[in-house]
Design a protein around this ligand. Sequence first.
Ligand code: ZN
Length: 152
Amino acid sequence: MQLPSELDDLYQDIILDHYRSPRHQGLLHDPDLRGEGFNPFCGDQVVLTLGLDGAGRIAEVGFEGQGCSISQASASMLTGHLEGKTLEEAEALVRTFKGVMQGGEFTPEQEDDLGDIVALEGVKRFPIRIKCALLGWTTLQDAISAYRKTRD
Ligand code: ZN
């Protein structure tokens, strides 16, 4: 699927850069957390793997996927913001992003922190593509929830 042509040109460039050169591509061999997500609407798939350090912080991230540019760029952007975070901090990031995609706004502090992720904000004007933008993020949340279940 093409990007909505109404998206700001600068944002399109950022999204296409991540789509063409995804960051953290390739799955970890022995991950602590693993999640798989699928968006039937446009056939997007994301598999996300995380490795934790001894203090429970995310030390390594790897993902693979296929699908539309928004889904893959969004997953790539997400992976760039996970290393060094605890799982709780990663969940807070997911909540922030979901809140914006569901109609909220980033605060100026969040815009500074999140960098290129802000390029996805325009996607919320295209409701049918919001699931694409959220796919990597819901996959992360699912992976964290599954990990917690195994530790209970
Ligand atoms: Zn899609």
